[in-house]
Structure formats: C-alpha cells, structure tokens
Design a protein around this ligand. Structure first.
Ligand code: SAM
Length: 354
C-alpha cells in the first residue's frame, strides 16, 4: 500500500483521499467510478473555428507552459494505477504537437492502459493515419461541422475541407473503428445540413454525432438563438426515416445512439450528445487534464487543480495521486448550465480539449 505522509494530504478530505489511493480506484462522492482521462496535448490548433478558437484569442501559450511528454507519461501512469483505463488525446489539435506519434507509442506501453483514443479535426489525418494505426489507436472522433467546402472555410478559416474528407475516408479504409463524426449544430450556420449529415450514416460506416452547442469559451459566438436541442435535431432528421435506439452499455459514453430502422443496408449510426437538454452527469466517468497541466473534474465548471505546480515543485508520486484523488472527490454532482443562461463558463475549449 502507498505510504502517504501528513504533509501530502492535510485537509479535511485526507481520509477519503487516502482511501481512494489505497483502493486504487477513483470513486467520487456520488458513487461514480472515474476511469476515463481526457488529455489536451496543446492549446494550439490549425483551425480557427468561429465558435471555439477564433482569431481574437490567438495568444499562444509558451512551449514550456505545456506539460512535457515526460510529465504527461508520469501523470497518466499514476492515473492508471488509480484505475484510469481509457485516455483520449485532444487539444487544441493534438496532431500539431511535435513528435506526437512517438509520445503515443510510449503511452501505449503503459501497462493497464487498454484504450487510447484521439479526437482530431482531421486536417493531418492523411499524414498520420498509418502511424496512429501502427501505434495501436483504433477509435477516432473527427470534428466536422459542414460538408460544404466554402462553408468549411467560413467556419474554420481553412481551405482544407477536401484534405479532411480524404482523411476520413482513409481512416475508414484502414480499419479504424469506430470512426465518429462530431458536428456541433449551430442554428443559422450549419443546421440546414442536418439531413445531409444524417444520410451519411446510411451510406458510410460512420457514427454521426450531433452535439448541442454549449455556452463555454472565452471568445465564442454563443447566443441562445444559435443553440438547437437534440430533440429538435432528431425531429428534423426524422424525414429520412424512423430512428430506433441502439443499446449501449451504461458507461459507453454520453451519446444516445440510434439507427434508421428501415434502412437495412444502413451501416452507420446516429448519436445525440445533449449536455444541455439531457444532462448525462450521473454517468460521467471523466477527468480532464488541460494543456498547461490543470486537472478539471467537470468540463463546465471552471474549478481546477494545478497539477503542474505539484509536478514542477518536485512533488512525489503520492502527491500527484493525492491531487488526482482530491479532484475526483471535488467533482460536482452535475453541471448547472442551461441554454437560457448567458455564457458563464469561461474555460477555453482549446486548452481543456472539449
Ligand atoms: N482539435 C480537435 C477537434 O477538432 O476535434 C480537438 C479539440 S476540439 C476543442 C474538441 C471538440 O469540442 C470539437 O468537436 C469541437 O467542435 C467541440 N467544441 C468546441 N466548442 C464547443 C462548444 N461551445 N459547444 C460544443 N462543442 C464545442
């Protein structure tokens, strides 16, 4: 059993923290077992999506501010000792960080880490798909908010739509599975493409996921008029046919999954991610590590633990584990954002990782 000194854990949470460390399991105060860590590798992104990383916040974190790969491997290794089994690499854009492939190879060698996933905007997928596959990654989430080249340029500031689409096709051909396409639905910006996206689930082995726009970010274009609920999305794509629910395990993730009933040949599925209209906090099994080393127990709460300070202050492995355990014990029962509220979560998605 790990020996923890009083200096390491001295607040009122001491007993609970010690218990989590001793049992090697991160269970929060609401009996949720935390087994999933999302890691933002960088705040940098090669796109400038109008709702996420617009040009106005082009301030760049100094490289030394990011956790180094060594620091990340140490933290993730310790998190695995505490029961983390699944890691998702995100960003910013994770594939823009230098030497990302050799980092993933080292990550994959951590004993007990069974599942490494990646969320990407797809711009560099063609370049890295083979390396990612060889490194053991099979599950990809690719963000794509439009199927129209010119609109892609307007939303992302990039002319690389074709490159992204070719990356998606390549990933499927190579055998990545599942490949999920994430579309953030924005009224008046891309909602006229709902049916086009839904149809892709009938022609491709893709999971098309419609994500509710969330009031989060420093310089987002959030307005409640732009928000569309999953219920409305579901109704609008209903013109393609009846949707039937697909059974998933309780901890499979936040999406509610469906497929078109009569489309027998339909290969793919439809997912609804409804953080606002259909909270999934009771099933949340996640912890987040931001690009500059802050632990966050809830995407939509700005409360963070400064892990980098512990790492760079010479903190022991036990101190790092104590910080992980304390953050879990501090996880709120649920977030409190509603679409009717103004923007009140200022955490920047590019550093948190979505
Ligand atoms: N660059 C990678 C990518 O594009 O997938 C990973 C980082 S990105 C911040 C992760 C996800 O967050 C993307 O799917 C993006 O669309 C989503 N996102 C950003 N801001 C959002 C918001 N306000 N509401 C809902 N989703 C958002």
């Amino acid at each position: 059993m790990t020996k923890i000194t009083p200096e390491i854990v001295s607040d009122s949470l001491e007993k609970s923290t010690l218990k989590l460390i001793a049992t090697g399991q991160l269970v929060d105060l609401f009996a949720r077992s935390i087994s999933y860590l999302r890691v933002s590798l960088t705040d940098q992104c090669n796109l400038r999506c109008i709702y996420c990383t617009p040009k106005e916040i082009d301030e760049k974190m100094a490289f030394g501010e990011l956790l180094s790969y060594e620091e990340l491997l140490r933290v993730i290794g310790l998190a695995v000792e505490l029961g983390i089994r699944k890691v998702r690499l995100t960003g910013g854009e994770p594939l823009v960080r230098r030497d990302v492939i050799s980092f993933i190879q080292r990550l994959a060698a951590i004993p007990g880490l069974d599942d490494i996933r990646l969320t990407t905007n797809g711009v560099m997928l063609k370049k890295y798909a083979a390396d990612l596959f060889a490194a053991g990654i099979r599950k990809l989430n690719i963000s794509l908010d439009t199927l129209q080249r010119e609109r892609f340029r307007r939303i992302t500031g990039s002319v690389l739509f074709d490159q992204v689409w070719e990356g998606i096709v390549l990933a499927q051909d190579m055998g990545f599975s599942p490949v999920k396409l994430n579309m953030v639905v924005l009224r008046g910006i891309n909602d006229d493409e709902l049916v086009d996206f839904a149809r892709l689930s009938q022609t491709h082995n893709l999971q098309i996921r419609f994500i509710e726009f969330m009031p989060i970010g420093k310089a987002t274009i959030w307005e409640k008029e732009k928000y569309i609920s999953s219920a409305e999305i579901k109704e609008r794509i209903g013109q393609l046919g009846e949707l039937e629910p697909v059974q998933t395990a309780r901890m499979d993730g936040p999406a509610r999954i469906y497929r078109f009933k009569q489309a027998e040949k339909s290969q793919g599925t439809i997912g609804f991610i409804s953080p606002i209209s259909h909270k999934f906090c009771d099933q949340c099994n996640r912890l987040r590590l931001t690009s500059e080393g802050k632990l966050r127990s809830c995407l939509l709460s700005d409360k963070e633990t400064d892990l980098k300070m512990i790492l760079r202050g010479g903190g022991s492995d036990d101190a790092v584990k104590a910080a992980l355990a304390r953050t879990v014990l501090d996880k709120p029962e649920s977030h409190t954002l509603r679409e009717t509220d103004g923007l009140n979560c200022h955490g920047q998605m590019s550093r948190i990782g979505g």
